[in-house]
Design a protein around this ligand. Structure first.
Ligand code: ATP
Length: 221
């Protein structure tokens, strides 16, 4: 059976999740208190309903506990976001993702049992900052306070050099997880695989080690 998703709050964040799920052909229930928003998403979502998600009976009558994943994308109204999340937890929804407005909001959401709390503006800010600092860093995923996965573009300094030759693991403590060359992705590359200018390499390591490696070998454009 197809997975079923519910999105509560159809602002820019909730709305874009709704559109992306719809584009993947997935079943989406879109919920908002605003009639205007619900009308806007009537043709995007599988079902779109005007409802106040802070009302327990409303959530029950929508059968919210049967959805595989519910996203709470209520914006500025932190109280409504917390109350809605609490009721989803109480009703036993399997996966609840909630957008947090600030660190205090995030703390409360984690405390009351949200399964995943996202902070899109902050997280995107961090990712963009890495890209601004070095244009060879194409993308960045924080694994913890210390470790990350980064996508780097290979330049002249590593062109036609093998992974053994570059010795990234010993010199910089970084592991190359994959090499992308146009449409080909080489997952877990071999030591004698060669990098070419323009390749995208995906590396995991400590932030300080990645920075050292990036400055020494990838900052040549
Ligand atoms: P962004 O547009 O960047 O996502 P935002 O996160 O601040 O901004 P809003 O634009 O505030 O989001 O959108 C939140 C949506 O949530 C609004 O469309 C609002 O009508 C809806 N909403 C607010 N409270 C409830 C509620 N109790 N039940 C259902 N929907 C709600």
């Amino acid at each position: 059976m197809k997975k079923q998703f519910a999105i509560i709050g159809l602002g820019r964040f909730g709305g874009s999740i709704c559109r992306a799920l719809n584009e993947q052909g997935l079943e989406v229930l879109a919920i908002d208190t605003s009639e205007e928003k619900v009308n806007e998403f009537a043709s995007v979502a599988t079902h779109a309903v005007i409802a106040d998600a802070t009302e327990e009976m409303t959530l029950k009558s929508l059968g919210i506990r049967n959805f595989d994943h519910v996203v709470v994308a209520i914006g500025d109204n932190i109280q409504s976001s917390i109350l809605t999340t609490l009721m989803l937890v109480e009703q036993g929804v399997n996966h609840i993702t909630v957008k947090a407005q600030n660190d205090y909001h995030e703390k409360v959401l984690n405390k009351i049992g949200a399964h995943k709390v996202v902070h899109p503006e902050r997280d995107m800010g961090v990712r963009i900052a890495h890209n601004v600092v070095s244009k060879n860093v194409l993308d960045y995923l924080e694994l913890s306070n210390e470790y990350s996965i980064v996508e780097l573009e290979a330049g002249k300094l590593v062109d036609k050099r093998s992974l053994t030759d570059l010795d990234l693991r010993l010199k910089y403590g970084c592991n190359v997880m994959a090499i992308k060359r146009e449409d080909d992705v080489n997952v877990s590359p071999a030591p004698d695989d060669i990098l070419l200018e323009g390749d995208i390499i995906i590396v995991v390591g400590a932030d300080s080690d990645i920075n050292r490696m990036e400055e020494a070998l990838f900052d040549d454009n």
